[in-house]
Design a protein around this ligand. Structure first.
Ligand code: URA
Length: 458
């Protein structure tokens, strides 16, 4: 509490028994407290320190009144943010803190030769909105601890000698500070280099750096020109960037889609290789997105027997090859038992992508629906046309229904030889069915081998 108000306090004067007159000096620095003062919440001390720097004439009356109320039965007064006095003191403190923030950002030191010293003194001129020099001086003391500096303002001036204690002198005018120095151009170069025209937000910038501070900022002279030329500079940056990209990366890299299309174009027309490359980029149904890879058929282009499964499983989707997982191993064994060499057969699927339902880290098989089977139809047709096998063996109901274009009962039609577009079509179970039939697995396996043997004999 400053001198006269402290005396009033000690005399026990209530706020309405006092009258206040404007400061004779612009600023009344808080005096050191010599006797224990009234006990108040800590938050009031911080608030009062800031609000005391406000320029309004009523600040001392307001602070005295708050102090009185806090110590006369209203200890929690500050929590009532809607109370007019509390709102006012908060407003004052906020304005002061904002002013200090601006001071920290916009003080610009210029060098000034000082007789008797080799190193220059750094002197800044600043015009704060409130009487904040003493309040803010500690910040500059820590930030520029090794320099000798002075911050001059119209109210008060702060000085630091690179050690000891900060000292203050009365306010002065701008002529006391150097008008410019050799660092000036460096500031401007720096500012020009950090100014990014592509991120220019004029309104935000004006609120952060209000025009009233510009007159003391050497770089401010650049601002109108930088704003006016922002569009032109962005265009120049973009042009420079694209030239840079070309230099750095060479030609634009091919996307996987265009690479596939180019390879398909180069492959032998109508060959299985060309079909496989085209199918790899297939987007005819939604299964292509979650699937890892397209699994096209494999085997000799002149194979006499073609086996058609349902769709690749997890292992096949990862490997990009048909029948390499559990069902595939069972099929391999059955083929061998039936006296067939897998390498002489063409193995493919009705649907070329793995359809699954994610469960944790696992991908659980899901049955392809009618539209997905239809979407993949042209690939299977093209494979059959190209390989032109004598015998097509449908493994399971999905393959059989896709080939015969009707619902099929494997139980009823199994083993029959069906005349299908001039070829022989036979139906049997899918190897996964055998894996699933626990007790009857051996029987089912033997029947499966017999079906394959019969197909081979046909
Ligand atoms: N099941 C199929 O139908 N095809 C495969 O490729 C693997 C499992």
């Amino acid at each position: 509490m400053a001198g006269p108000s402290r005396l009033q306090w000690e005399a026990g004067r209530a706020p309405d028994a006092l009258w206040w007159q404007p400061d004779r000096d612009a600023v009344a620095p808080p005096a050191a407290i010599v006797q224990p003062g009234p006990r108040v919440p800590k938050s009031f001390v911080a608030l009062a320190r800031a609000a005391a720097c406000h320029r309004s004439a009523d600040r001392w009356a307001l602070l005295y009144c708050l102090l009185w109320r806090l110590t006369h039965g209203e200890r929690h007064l500050l929590t009532q943010v809607g109370n007019p006095d509390v709102a006012r003191v908060n407003r004052y403190a906020k304005a002061v803190r904002r002013d200090v923030h601006k001071m920290k950002a916009f003080v610009r030191f210029r060098t000034m030769a000082e007789p008797g010293f080799e190193a220059p003194r750094y002197v800044a001129w600043f015009e704060p909105e409130h009487a904040v020099v003493e309040y803010a001086a500690g910040f500059f003391q820590h930030r520029f601890a090794n320099m000798r500096w002075s911050i001059l303002t119209p109210d008060r001036c702060a000085h630091w000698e690179g050690g000891g204690a900060i000292w203050f002198s009365p306010g002065t005018d701008k002529t006391a500070a150097p008008a410019g120095d050799v660092t000036e151009e460096a500031w401007r170069v720096y500012y020009r280099s950090i100014f990014n025209p592509a991120r220019l937000k004029t309104r935000a910038m004006m609120s952060e750096m209000p025009a009233k501070y510009w007159r003391n900022l050497s770089e401010a002279a650049l601002i109108p020109g930088l704003i006016a030329g922002a569009d032109r500079d962005v265009a120049a940056m973009e042009a420079a960037q694209s030239a840079h990209d070309t230099l750095r990366c060479g030609a634009t890299p091919e996307t996987p889609g265009t690479a596939l299309a180019r390879r398909a174009e180069a492959a032998e027309r109508g060959s299985l290789e060309q079909l496989a490359l085209r199918a790899a980029g297939c987007r005819r149904c939604g299964l292509c997105s979650p699937a890892t890879r397209t699994v096209f058929g494999e085997g000799p282009a002149d194979a006499r027997i073609m086996l058609v499964g349902e769709q690749p499983g997890d292992a096949e989707g990862l490997a990009g090859r048909p029948f390499v997982g559990r069902a595939g191993r069972l099929l391999d064994a059955a083929l061998a038992d039936a006296g067939l060499d897998r390498r002489a057969l063409y193995l493919t699927n009705t649907v070329k992508h793995f359809k699954f339902t994610p469960k944790g880290r696992r991908r659980l098989h899901a049955k392809p629906d009618y539209d997905e089977v239809r979407a993949c139809g042209p690939w299977l047709e093209a494979e059959i046309d190209r390989v032109a096998p004598d015998i097509v063996v449908a493994l399971g109901a999905t393959a059989a229904a896709a080939l015969l274009e009707r619902r099929v009962s494997i139980v009823r039609d199994r083993g029959k030889r069906i005349d299908w577009h001039g070829r022989c079509l036979t139906l049997t179970v899918h190897p996964a069915f055998i894996l699933r039939s626990r007790e009857r697995r051996d029987d089912e396996y033997r029947r499966f081998v017999a079906d394959l043997r019969a197909a081979a004999a046909a």
